[in-house]
Ligand binder design. Structure first.
Ligand code: SAT
Ligand code: MN
Length: 603
């Protein structure tokens, strides 16, 4: 982009914003400052510029209108948790699950990296709004970046430009996000959060969660700190709406770690028998939920985002036709495979093409024994293009949540679904979640780790304080709190085969969840919580073999005893801050398991 934008000379009405932009431009030495207005004309110009300099490839305009393809640096393909810092005032504020450095110390490391880093580059100022315009829950952020690729992504993922400046007004406050591509050196990569300054500083990565600062950095890490102060929740959750044959609507929020199927669940296509009976599923969001109490005392959720940053591999007409339709046009694809006719492909999207260029830019054929698309390759697509987007998805007051679902990737132990006994027990269930690591973060693929509420990489303060906050919110909401569940779509048999078909069939589990949240649905008690009867989750209709059905709902006392002992050690690691209620839930579970084990011995 050449030339200076009018706002550099015409001063900005919001003085705090103008001052910050002036400071950053002086520090970074940017050639010019460009204020993004979010218009069509602007993004067309930027995209064309990136096509000309080789950053983007324009895809076939018939098959993928107004869509583009990008490849990242090979070392910049996922979030970098070991280089992500919460620079709270004290180590104790950040807690044991975050990397911490004192704010002064971190500034001493990262500020010099920004000095002069935009020389020869344009500095883009991106005003963006998280949440529907006019929503009391919406928040304004400003991201400053030297990457037009980041601008293009932010324009899809957030409501960008004048809409945000209008919400900000002359006096309003905003989350600050400063980003530079730097030289993409992994050794200089830092993703830093300064909660007391409402500031994010991100250097040397252009990858989604590291660089689109409205998303994980602002809407989760900084927002979770605010939510703790102000009595609401900022969560790593999809939001979906279910309509039953009588027309009753129920909204569900569900937390899963990255790349565990949130987008697929949010856009689920119910089995034929459900659709015929009149069931409908609608999407409100696929990644982040902000939840606040409404005037009626219930929890209401908004999706603060405007687009989907979905995992491409595995997405197909069979697994998620709604995601595929969402990313047909006006979409930015990163690190998938490029075909000679300027279309794209990834593993799982139908038959492999005879030839392609892989995500690293190398020639690829089906004989190559490496994936053509990176396992964490992504599509950035406008949410409004989703065929099953809910008419309520931009509702300023949000949607009332009846059920909260936790889930992870567990090969064994955890049954298909169970219901917590209470909010407190549900908080414990979320706090002790574990899941196998995925390609969304660098390192340790497949390793089982604790990921409380799927927030391990995203909670901006002490995890035990966060659990206490959940308990406090539950006290406030009382009887009106959502019912809590845990699901596991990923259980396998001894040979490693998946036991549950997943995808659309997850509707059967959702229906049970909706029934239970409304006080119905058949269930049996177990030491870990309420389990569905096999009929209540449609095992018969699915024709599952008896052993498979039994394993899916099995609670193996020996495995669970081991699980609870390990959880006890994990929880003890949080020391004095561990809420008593969480410790006592673990003890109570241990006791119930021991009793149940004795009963079995006596049978
Ligand atoms: O962190 S991202 O938002 O880029 C994707 C994820 O890991 O959830
Ligand atoms: Mn996510």
């Amino acid at each position: 982009m050449t030339g200076k934008h009018r706002r550099e000379t015409e001063s900005m009405a919001n003085q705090k914003l103008q001052q910050w932009v002036d400071e950053v431009s002086a520090c970074t030495g940017a050639d010019s400052v460009y204020w993004c207005d979010g218009s069509e004309e602007e993004i067309e110009r930027l995209n064309q510029m990136m096509v000309e300099d080789g950053t983007l490839v324009r895809l076939d305009p018939e098959k993928h209108p107004n869509s583009f393809y990008a490849r990242s640096d090979v070392n910049d393909v996922a979030r970098v948790e070991d280089r992500t810092f919460i620079c709270a005032a004290t180590l104790d504020d950040a807690g044991p699950t975050n990397n911490w450095m004192a704010p002064d110390q971190m500034h001493a490391v990262i500020d010099p990296l920004f000095e002069g880093c935009m020389q020869g580059r344009t500095m883009y100022v991106i005003p963006y709004l998280m949440g529907p315009p006019g929503s009391p829950m919406a928040k304004v952020g400003i991201e400053i970046t030297d990457s037009p690729y980041v601008v293009a992504n932010m324009r899809i993922m957030t409501r960008m430009g004048q809409v945000a400046l209008d919400e900000l007004g002359d006096e309003g406050d905003f989350g600050k996000g400063l980003h530079s591509t730097g030289n993409l050196d992994p050794e200089q990569r830092y993703i830093c959060h300064f909660p007391d300054e409402n500031l994010i500083m991100s250097f040397s990565s252009n990858y989604g969660g590291n660089a689109l600062l409205g998303k994980k950095c602002f809407a989760l890490r900084l927002a979770s700190v605010l939510a703790n102060r102000e009595g609401w929740l900022a969560e790593h959750m999809l939001i979906l709406g279910l309509t039953d044959p009588e027309g009753n609507k129920t909204y569900v929020a569900a937390a899963f770690p990255s790349a565990c199927g949130k987008t697929n669940l949010a856009m689920l296509v119910p089995p034929e028998s459900f659709t015929a009976a009149g069931w409908r599923v609608e999407t409100i969001g696929d990644d982040i939920a902000w939840l606040k109490f409404g005037d009626d005392g219930r929890l209401y959720a908004i999706n603060p985002e405007f687009g989907f940053f979905g995992v491409a591999p595995g997405t197909s007409q069979e697994t998620n036709p709604n995601a595929l339709a969402s990313c047909r046009a006006n979409t930015l694809f990163t690190n998938v495979a490029l075909l000679p006719d300027n279309t794209i492909w990834w593993e799982g999207l139908g038959d492999p093409p005879p030839e392609a260029t892989d995500w690293k830019g190398n020639p690829w054929t089906p004989e190559s024994d490496i994936p053509a698309a990176h396992p964490n390759s992504r599509f950035t697509a406008p949410a409004e293009q989703c065929p099953c987007i809910s008419p309520d998805w931009e509702s300023p007051q949000g949607v009332p949540i009846s059920a909260i679902v936790f889930g992870g990737r567990r090969t064994s132990t955890t049954p298909l679904v169970y219901q917590a006994r209470s909010w407190q027990h549900g908080t414990y269930v979320g706090a002790t979640m574990t899941s196998e690591k995925t390609a969304a973060a660098v390192g340790g693929l497949g390793e089982l780790r604790h990921d409380p509420m799927a927030m391990l990489p995203f909670c901006g303060y002490h995890m035990a304080d966060y659990w206490q906050h959940w308990l406090d919110v539950g006290e406030t909401g009382g009887e009106k709190m959502p019912t809590v569940f845990h699901v596991n779509w990923f259980r396998r048999d001894a040979e490693g085969n998946w036991l549950w078909p997943g995808f659309g069939e997850n509707m059967r589990v959702l229906k049970w969840i909706v029934d239970r949240a409304a006080g119905g649905g058949d269930a049996v008690d177990s030491p870990i919580g309420w389990l569905p009867t096999p009929e209540a989750v449609g095992f018969e209709e699915l024709g599952l073999a008896d052993e498979v059905a039994a394993t899916l709902l099995d609670v193996d006392i020996g495995e669970w005893l081991a699980e609870v002992r390990e959880r006890g050690e994990y929880l003890a690691g949080f020391g004095e801050k561990l809420p008593e209620a969480i410790a006592s839930e673990n003890d109570a579970l241990l006791q119930r398991l021991e009793l149940s084990g004795q009963d079995k011995d006596q049978e």
